[in-house]
Design a protein around this ligand. Sequence first.
Ligand code: Q0N
Length: 332
Amino acid sequence: MASTAAVAAWTDGRSRPGPTDDRGRDRRPPFVSLRQVSDATTLERHELIARGKVREMYEAGDRLLMVASDRISTYDVVHPTPIPDKGKVLTGLSVFWFERTRHICQNHMVSCTDVPDQVRGRALLVERLEMVPVECVVRGYITGSGWTDYRATGTVCGVELPPGLEESAQLPAPIFTPATKAADGDHDENVDFDRAAEMIGDRGLLEELRRLSIELYSFAAGHARERGLILADTKLEFGRDRKGRIVLADEVLTPDSSRFWPADGYAAGRSQPSFDKQYVRDWASASGWDRTAPAPALPEDVVDGTRRRYADAYERITETPFATWLERSGCG
Ligand code: Q0N
């Protein structure tokens, strides 16, 4: 895990000059250090085993504790200002999907209540697995790195697509486009099926993961579409338990692992606004930030607007008040 690099990315000093006003004053919002970010969690009684940009994994006996923070990233850089409740929304959404997709695949969730008070509502106790070192991406629409690769080659991860697709177009059928962590540990690299099969050393396993991934995507995309959201794509991770069974892991079908677009106003031929982050991206672009670390602190109205969008996403997808999650997980 690239923990040092990931932490450095959001604690960097401000070495580069930023935008200035007409009298040469720095227009950037004040830099907020890591220590001021409310949820830079350290759980005293649990060993940290992995830290991502916005999540941490801790040891918990023979199990693991997966903790979602309130940190938010845009353009791959984490902002110093947390979005209150974001970690709880993402955890509540993962639990919703874990419970709704059991008929398709077993998953690693053990409990959402048997967790330390400090992280209650945004942590899950999970089964410890042997992870399959491939990110299982399913795309129903052509965007992001898929769109970049398609424009260059007419294919994505070796999957040939019809000519003449427009940006954000729906694909004739969802496609499986595996990715692996690049050498820098930070970026994902698209790979074709053969390469991914070689990396995990078991072609039959990858065929089964492709089948499960497409089934999970199709189920979730149908559910989302009935509630006014397009699920453009999603990234899934799997592992194997002690009995060798395939188990769905990580977070699932959250705005951090998937692209949700409002169906209202969707049109191919351009990029689509993200349901959750567009507010932050629009503000960040207008602020003059050049999209390199450190990311600017976010003003209160952007934080509040984004927080509302995350809660809305939870309520739209689950058709349940967000307060129900807070009560169920013991925060209420
Ligand atoms: C694991 N990662 C990568 C959380 C997610 N059930 C599991 N058993 C063993 N290892 C893992 C899981 C899971 N899920 C997965 N690292 C360890 C993604 N992480 C990054 C940090 O936060």
